[in-house]
Design a protein around this ligand. Sequence first.
Ligand code: SF4
Length: 110
Amino acid sequence: MAEPCLSCGACCASFRVDFHVADLETSPGGCVPVALTVPVTATLVRMRGTDEGPPRCIALAGKVGQQASCTIYENRPGPCRDFAPFAALGIGDEGCARARRRHGLTPLGE
Ligand code: SF4
């Protein structure tokens, strides 16, 4: 099976992605482009597009389930790095399965 995270993108078009401002490029050690985020509180920001209906992160390129990729992969925020850590190996989890089902895709491993 081809590496699913190189084609899927369902998680990037399913959930709200909020994270601490420390992940922003304007913070020491941070890297996420500020222009791709919206402020939520004084300490929290959100990836643009992830709270729209339907959600889709502004950094996601391509078509979900066919060929989709994160355009800021090396600089993506913490929640994206932590999400479904074994999905790249074809092993999903509950959140991954929920996102895939939402887009009409079979959960990994089924
Ligand atoms: S930053 Fe990248 S990995 Fe995170 S939700 Fe957006 S497209 Fe997906």
